[in-house]
Write a protein that binds this ligand. Structure first.
Ligand code: IZC
Ligand code: ZN
Length: 420
């Protein structure tokens, strides 16, 4: 067979091809890889994975000599708020004065400010802006993402956001898990009756399902937003409607959203900075992935980070994400998140790589398409300007991408998306 592209002399080729669909506890320290590896594909499908010596007999239209570089699967970002209008730099002074995130929200800013801008934006404007950010996410080595709605808080705008995600996945030929986050904040006019608002959002489930606009339903379970009981009732309706579920859990105040996520078999529980010790223990015997977002802790200037070490040491499964959003984590740089995971979460480099590939894919139920390099899989591959895998969490703040291949096509080079 004549391949389209063959990469040779990859000093470390991280295949991440574990025997299991995700890794937990001690297993998070193992890193399936090939030394002096080679990988090739045809029509966007991986056709060869082996050593450079074995690759000598393989024929390919194009051979790229990686010259001792690191090569990995495209990274998976399992938590983003990709589609939104406007931005929130006007809140910098408030933030610097120490006004807490939830206080800004209470005063009608924060998420409400983005909701206003998102409602005012046309489909085309939202699409162009989301595509701009998506290209930047790709330029950092990400080839699969999860994207949430949640800046409409009414039917028309929520559906508009989900339609943008659907169009982007199709036009960009990218694996995107779509999440309906209508339960992201309580609109001011529903302050006194959040249950009525949640009922309105739940009424959209069927339509979203019928139009295949989302696979997941998520809720912001937080003090001053949605309570534990409200979250439980809402997500149980979501499950009845056939959705998988996720929770923004214990981000700021310990409410027990993490325990709830595990009890109801959520695909992931996200944030967990304020998760209880009991919740941390529960991950050890649960398939719910702990999605940690250290960029948010950093950007909210918090002292304490999520207890990644305890979750892993208790046998849990951890993934990492950017939480790209205009308020608490305005960055597309997942490599910086990997650095924070090393410095602040005290994760090992092996744990970090598992957390941005196979565990991240499991958190968004894309484990059969994303997060590992294997014959028969999509060729979502990254060549890094790095001699080894430890180098990415180590050398911080810059973009190490040499080349990103999305479905076999070269889409980013030297840390920049290649625009037609
Ligand atoms: O826009 O502030 N935490 N939702 C919950 C967010 C952060 C996004 C935002
Ligand atoms: Zn979020």
């Amino acid at each position: 067979m004549l391949l389209d592209i063959l990469l040779i002399n990859c000093k470390e080729l991280l295949t991440m091809d574990h025997e299991t669909k995700m890794v937990r506890g001690e297993q998070m320290n193992s890193l399936p890889h090939v030394k002096d590896g080679a990988i090739g594909w045809k029509d966007g499908v991986i056709a060869f994975v082996g050593t450079s010596t074995e690759a000598k007999s393989i024929k390919s239209k194009k051979i790229i000599d990686c010259n001792g570089k690191l090569v990995s699967p495209g990274l998976v970002d399992p938590h983003t708020h990709l589609v939104f209008g406007g931005s929130r730099e006007h809140e910098i002074a408030l933030k610097q004065q120490g006004t807490p995130y939830l206080e800004i929200l209470k005063q009608g800013g924060g998420i409400h400010s983005t909701v206003k801008a998102t409602r005012e934006a046309s489909f085309e404007q939202l699409y162009a802006k989301a595509q701009f950010h998506l290209k930047r996410l790709i330029s950092y080595g990400i080839t699969t993402i999860e994207a949430k709605s949640g800046y409409g808080l009414e039917r028309e705008t929520e559906l508009k956001q989900l339609q943008v995600v659907k169009e982007l996945a199709k036009n960009m030929d990218m694996t995107i898990a779509s999440t309906f986050l209508g339960a992201h904040a309580i609109p001011m006019q529903y302050k006194e009756n959040p249950e009525v608002f949640l009922g309105n959002m739940a009424e959209l489930f069927q339509e979203i399902k019928d139009q295949e606009l989302a696979e997941f339903v998520d809720i912001f379970c937080e003090e001053g937003v949605f309570s534990l009981d409200q979250s439980k009732a809402y997500l149980s309706l979501a499950k009845e409607a056939g959705f998988s579920v996720k929770i923004h859990a214990d981000e700021i105040v310990t409410l027990g959203g993490t325990e709830l996520a595990i009890q109801i078999g959520a695909a992931s529980a996200d944030h967990l900075i304020a998760a209880s010790d009991l919740a941390v223990d529960m991950f050890g015997s649960s398939n719910t992935v702990a999605v940690l977002l250290p960029g948010t802790t950093f950007y909210l200037n918090k002292e304490f980070y999520a207890k990644a070490r305890s979750i892993i040491d208790k046998g849990g499964s951890v993934a990492l994400a950017t939480d790209f959003n205009p308020g608490s984590s305005p960055t597309e740089n997942i490599q910086f998140i990997m650095n924070l995971a090393m410095l602040k979460l005290k994760m090992t480099c092996e744990e970090i790589w598992n957390a941005v590939t196979i565990n991240a894919a499991k958190a968004i139920k894309k484990e059969n398409t994303s997060g590992r390099l294997k014959v028969g899989r999509r060729a979502d591959v990254v060549i890094w300007n790095a001699p080894n895998y430890q180098y990415i969490p180590y050398h911080y703040g810059i973009n190490h991408v040499h080349t990103v291949f999305l479905n076999g096509q070269e889409v980013a080079k030297g840390g920049a998306y290649i625009d037609e």
